[in-house]
Every structure is written in C-alpha cells, then in structure tokens.
Design a protein around this ligand. Structure first.
Ligand SMILES: Cc1ncc(COP(=O)(O)O)c(C=O)c1O
Length: 460
C-alpha cells in the first residue's frame, strides 16, 4: 500500500480525534467511521460489518469496489486524462452522451454534464429560463428536495423546513428565490382537505390553481420528483403525472423530472418509462457516475440548449474519469440485466414486508418500486399517529445488528431500504431478518443481544 495511505489508515485514536476537529460535516445524520466496502457491505473502523441499505446516499448502484469499474478507471488513468476542460472534446464524454440519450425515451438527444445533483437541477432551471424568455416562476412539489446549492435549495421545501421546524436552508432565505408549491400525491395523509374519488388527480389539479393564482408572471418550469425520496418515499401515479404534464403544456411551463434518485433504482432506466409520461428535461445524479461524482441533464429535441457564452461552465464540468465509470456501469447494468434484478429483489422485499403487517400493524404503508423502498410506521389508531421515535429506534437497533437503513428526511417515521442494485434475494433475506428482529426489539420491547456503540447513521 502507498505509505501515505497506510499512515492515514493507521492513525492513533488521538490523531484521529485531532483530524476530526477540522471537519465540517454539513448535513445528514452522522454514521460510523467506514474504512472499507465491498458489494453491498461496509466495514467500520472497529471491524464491524454492515449491509448498507443506504448505498451511501443511494448512489452506489453496483456496490462498493466493483472490479470492472475499478479496472476501467485504472486503464483510463494511464492516459492522464482524468479531467479535460469542458470546451475540449473527449471520446468518453461523447460516448456517454449518446448512451444516456439511448436510455432515455426517444427524442431526448442532448446532454450537459456537471459536478453534482444541485448544479444539475440549476442547469435544468437555466434551460427552462432560456426557453421561456420573460418567465421566471418555478413550481415544485410539497415536501420537495432538490439539493442545497442556492437555486436547488429555493425549490426544496425540505432544505428549509422538516419535522415541524425550520432547518439549514432557512438561514439563507435572502438568497433563495421564492418557489410556489403544489401538493404531492401523499395518499396515506392527503395534503388537501376533503374526500376525493381520485385523490392523486385532485392533488395534481392544484397545480392549475397555483399556475393561475399562486405565482407572479408566467411559469418557466415545474419540477417534480416522480418518486419523492427525502419526503418519505412518495410515488407519483401515472394519472398524477399525466395531469401535471397537461397543465404544464396548457400554461407553457417546461416539465422537469428530477430523476436523481429514480434512474435505474426503480427497475427501469427512467421513471418516465415506468409511468409512461415524459418531461421536457431529465435530471440525473447520484448513481449515474458509477460511484464517481457526476450529474447531468438530458433535454428533449426542439429546446434551446446551452450555447458557448458561459451559460453553464465548471472547472470540473467534464470529468473524464466519471464519464468512463458511468459508461462502464451502464454497460454492466445492461449486460447483466441488473434492472430485472432490481425489480425482482425489490418486489420480493416489498411483498415480504407487506406480509409482516399482520404481526406488526404499526407498518402503516409499504411504498416500493424496484429497490426504492419506504416503510411508514404509525400507531394503528384512527389518526394513524406517526411513530418517528420508534422508527429511529428501529434503525438504531438494526445498526447494532449489522444493517444500516435510511430514514425519511422530512418524515422520520419512514424507514428506507435502498441497497445497491446488485442486492440478491439471499441478501434480502438477511436484511429482512434484521428488520423483523429490530421491529420486535423496539415494538415488542425486547433488547438486541449485542449492543454496539455505533451512532445511528445515514442521510435523508
Ligand atoms: C431527488 C434529489 N434531487 C437532488 C438532490 C441533490 O443532489 P446532490 O446531493 O448531488 O447535490 C438529491 C440529493 O439527495 C435528491 O435526492
């Protein structure tokens, strides 16, 4: 091993504590100090192993240390082309652009890469502004999360308010643009009053009211997470998205799908394909880089794209290594039909958790599409009183037992199971055993056999 790397990994506890003093974490729930990962598993500094059902911000699609991606990166490093100025052309960037166009529905043929999800969301906003001159208003969904760069944060309700209190982003309000919002299709707890025959459609219909009466001037864009993630794993329905599409067309707003968490994870390349509704602009991030930092937008034909006059330029806007890792990952997903595995294992987990509801009536709802799984806990009373404390405790218990689940960012009563897409049914059985034991320990008040002091971990 390189002597410096060896030195870093063999620091004394005192030296580690000293180094830690210099770090600002910035968000999320702090977790164990991880030193190694392989497949869907990680190891902490004390040698404890975990199945990682967060796949670290849901981003490691093929797990940790995929040997083929590592080899592709290594081969390419030999060319000393880890990063090339955006204004230069590279073959991996061209190849990946074509590949991303191919995995999108027909008619989406132009790609712009950037460094992360927040900047990609802002790139989509810029495309909307370019194509709708004079229109400045953006509309997002209730409970939305699109990132913490200032533009993305303005769209995100969760960055400014969660769990009943004002959080991080509310410190930056003077620099955030005001965003109007319309109801998400949170059918378990409908965000609009009254009873409705088609509650999802009633939520979508509120977009029309917002367009007509809730914004200043014409709308530039509407941004939707087809399956909301930080909000607590809330899927749209085809009817909801179709209505949103129609209202956008009627008012001339561009429809942006934030597919940063849905790409491939739902067992189809895009949620647009899953629901049969197309946006005008796709935004991809997280897993798209094959484990390296990458995000992008893909826009439909007929839209004006970015020109060369500094509309969208980043020093690391063309990371060749990320392009190579991404291209290799897509290749492996296609070759090994990882999307079929994602659907199969996801459906299996969904069905197994569903079958636990007789024993655990506190499971109020299982929301699963592919390996995008959310489980909402509520007391089985008339009001379905949310159980955030117990859900956090179940998660802590599971960490003690060797499995890291995610938690809903906005709703702590939602537990997330979103491992790497290579998770097998056998892995799923292990996950489900720990899940059941942890529920028993917390909800039926038995304690775990072996406690470990690891803090509860993970991100929204
Ligand atoms: C749906 C969604 N959009 C945007 C973002 C922001 O991406 P990034 O953290 O890469 O800026 C996230 C991150 O969690 C996300 O979940």
């Amino acid at each position: 091993m390189d002597p410096l790397i060896e030195k870093i990994y063999s620091m004394t506890p005192e030296e580690r504590a000293e180094c830690k003093r210099h770090v600002m974490l910035g968000g999320g729930t702090p977790g164990p100090m991880l030193v190694r990962g392989a497949g869907i598993r990680v190891e902490d500094i004390d040698g404890k192993h975990y199945i990682d059902c967060t796949s670290q911000s849901w981003a490691m699609y093929l797990g940790f240390c995929n040997p083929e991606i590592a080899a592709a990166i290594h081969d390419h490093e030999g060319r000393y082309l880890n990063r090339v100025h955006q204004a230069f052309h590279t073959l991996p960037r061209h190849w990946l652009s074509r590949k991303l166009s191919e995995i999108c529905p027909p008619g989406f043929t132009r790609v712009s890469f950037t460094v992360g999800g927040g900047p990609a969301i802002e790139a989509a906003m810029k495309i909307a502004l370019l194509n709708r001159p004079g229109a400045h208003a953006f509309i997002s969904q209730y409970d939305s999360y699109h990132g913490t760069t200032l533009g993305a944060m303005g769209l995100s309700w969760h960055s400014t308010k969660a769990n009943g209190s004002y959080v991080g982003g509310s410190h930056f309000l003077p620099l955030l643009h005001d965003t109007a919002r319309f109801p998400n299709p949170y059918l378990l707890r409908l965000p609009i009053p009254g009873k409705h025959d088609q509650p999802d459609l009633a939520c979508a219909e509120m977009l029309r009211v917002t367009m007509e009466r809730g914004i200043n001037g014409p709308p530039a864009g509407v941004i939707v997470e087809p399956i909301q993630a930080s909000a607590g794993q809330i899927p749209a329905t085809t009817a909801y998205l179709q209505r949103v599409r129609e209202i956008c067309d009627e008012f001339g707003a561009l429809l942006i799908f934030d597919e940063i968490q849905t790409l491939a994870r739902i067992g189809r390349w895009t949620a647009a394909e899953h629901f049969g509704v197309n946006p005008d602009i796709f935004v991809f991030g997280k897993g798209v880089g094959g484990g390296l930092p990458l995000a992008c937008i893909v826009i439909r034909d007929g839209l004006e794209g970015f020109g060369a006059d500094v509309q969208e330029l980043h020093t690391f806007g063309s990371s060749t290594l990320s392009h190579v890792a991404s291209a290799k990952m897509i290749d492996i997903i296609e070759r090994n039909d990882i999307l079929a595995n994602t659907r199969d294992v996801g459906d299996y987990i969904g069905a197994q958790v569903e079958s636990m509801r007789d024993e655990f009536p506190e499971i109020a709802e299982v929301r699963q599409i592919g390996l995008h799984v959310g489980i909402e806990f509520a007391w089985p009373d008339d009001d379905l009183t949310p159980m955030p404390g117990e859900t956090v405790a179940i998660r802590k218990e599971a960490i003690d037992r060797g499995c890291i689940f995610g938690l809903g960012g906005v709703r702590k009563q939602v537990l997330k199971i979103k491992p790497a897409l290579i998770c097998t049914r056998q892995d799923a059985d292990e996950i489900l055993d720990i899940f059941r034991d942890s529920m028993k320990a917390v909800l039926r008040k038995k304690t775990a056999p072996a406690k470990n002091e690891m803090a509860a971990a993970g991100s929204g």
